[in-house]
Write a protein that binds this ligand. Structure first.
Ligand code: SF4
Length: 238
């Protein structure tokens, strides 16, 4: 019997679209990989569902690429916002830029602006796809193509793609890319937590660059070892 690992990215998406239909969606932050997944899926079905997390701290350029995707592919992008009261309580207790104070507070911000909204959104789906690749970081090296996670199927169609594979696909199919790549960004998230990197640097080094640890993840794909402190509680040391 053929294993999921033997499927191509396109075959994986075709299987997911046929199997889960409206209960399948692509989650994207419009980085290169997400754009490739959208392009591949849109070639199979124009009815593919796509959603994104609007943390409230996204760079303006992310709104621009979102607009480009809407125009180019004619798909509706479902925009998922964090809980307003949770954000208000967090900002009142710790300030708008709490993420620079400690890893715990950074993880709290990611939890409230990303992890919880994602969990709420995923309740409506049986399966979802990401643009994760094994090559992106040590934390992603062991990713399967298809996995069961938190009661639903998580699909990583590009899991075995290299950087070169992604760039080649984008070139061949004229896929639009996030404007910040042209300014030296290699991995793109919220504006205050992302910066450009030098050529040859670890692509993830521009994310939370002030943190000295090798688990630079927001918690939406991988459990992070530190759990956030309570809103209004002690922030802990840097
Ligand atoms: Fe907050 Fe930064 Fe995480 Fe965005 S990336 S949710 S601004 S800590």
């Amino acid at each position: 019997m053929q294993s999921y690992e033997d499927l191509t990215a396109s075959q994986t998406l075709a299987w997911a679209l046929a199997t889960f239909r409206d209960f399948f969606a692509i989650a994207t932050s419009f980085q290169k990989e997400g754009m490739v997944v959208i392009d591949l899926a849109a070639r199979i079905s124009s009815a593919v569902r796509v959603f994104t997390l609007d943390t409230g701290r996204l760079p303006e350029e992310t709104c621009r690429i979102m607009e480009t995707v809407r125009t180019r592919y004619g798909i509706t992008i479902e925009v998922v916002a964090p809980d307003r009261e949770e954000v208000e309580r967090m900002v009142a207790a710790h300030g708008p830029n709490l993420f620079y104070e400690s890893i715990e507070l950074r993880q709290m911000c990611c939890e409230i602006r990303k992890v919880r909204p994602l969990a709420r959104k995923l309740r409506g789906f049986q399966a979802w796809a990401t643009g994760l690749r094994r090559e992106q970081s040590a934390t992603r090296a062991g990713l399967p193509r298809v996995e069961q996670a938190d009661g639903r199927i998580k699909i990583n169609p590009l899991v075995d793609w290299t950087d070169a594979d992604v760039d080649q696909y984008i070139r061949l199919h004229d896929v639009p890319v996030h404007p910040l790549y042209a300014r030296g960004y290699a991995s793109i998230g919220c504006a205050p937590c992302t910066r450009a990197v030098l050529s040859g640097d670890d692509p993830r080094s521009g994310r939370w660059w002030w943190e000295q640890n090798d688990r630079k993840e927001c918690g939406i794909h991988f459990d992070v070892s530190l759990r956030p402190v309570r809103i209004g509680g002690s922030s802990g040391g840097r």
